[in-house]
Write a protein that binds this ligand. Structure first.
Ligand code: DQA
Length: 144
């Protein structure tokens, strides 16, 4: 399973902890790995680069691997990322959009997600647990 993280999420832990909590991506990866069903490998990645993130989604489109995606600020304006997510989901793949915070309860510009309309589902507002809820949702879908 791919767990893809967009810009500035490499700074989790110290970045606005009152909004995003104190866990960094290594801690989130640790919890995901502990909760993953047997045989499911967690491949967590982060980039500040839109092109790299799009390349990883193309990889998921080809492999059929499910994706947990925190698009960070790209959520709000990247049509290129939206198209890459659609490429995965319209081919039958799973992409769960996650956010640590609840963007709908924050500044106006965060109320728009250009990703949600093509994602399989969205989990937001539970801090680092948003990732674990997304993992659970993907595992349940896989069980059918
Ligand atoms: C975020 C919410 C976005 O609005 C913001 O730009 C982020 C993080 C979240 O996880 O709450 O970088 O995706």
């Amino acid at each position: 399973m791919l767990v893809l993280n967009g810009p500035n999420l490499g700074r989790l832990g110290s970045r606005e902890p009152e909004v995003y909590g104190t866990q960094d991506l290594a801690a989130i990866e640790h919890h995901l790995t502990a909760q993953a069903p047997n045989g499911v490998e967690i491949d967590l990645r982060q980039t500040d680069d839109e092109a790299e993130l799009i390349g990883w989604l193309h990889e998921a489109a080809d492999s059929g691997d499910p994706v947990i995606l925190n698009p960070a600020a790209f959520t709000h304006y990247s049509y290129a990322l939206r198209d890459a997510v659609a490429l995965v989901t319209r081919a039958g793949g799973t992409v769960v959009e996650v956010h640590l915070s609840n963007p709908s309860a924050r500044e106006e510009f965060r109320h728009t997600s250009v990703i949600s309309g093509v994602a399989t589902g969205v989990v937001a507002g539970f801090g680092a647990d948003s990732y674990l809820v997304a993992l659970d949702a993907i595992a349940r879908r896989a069980r059918g």
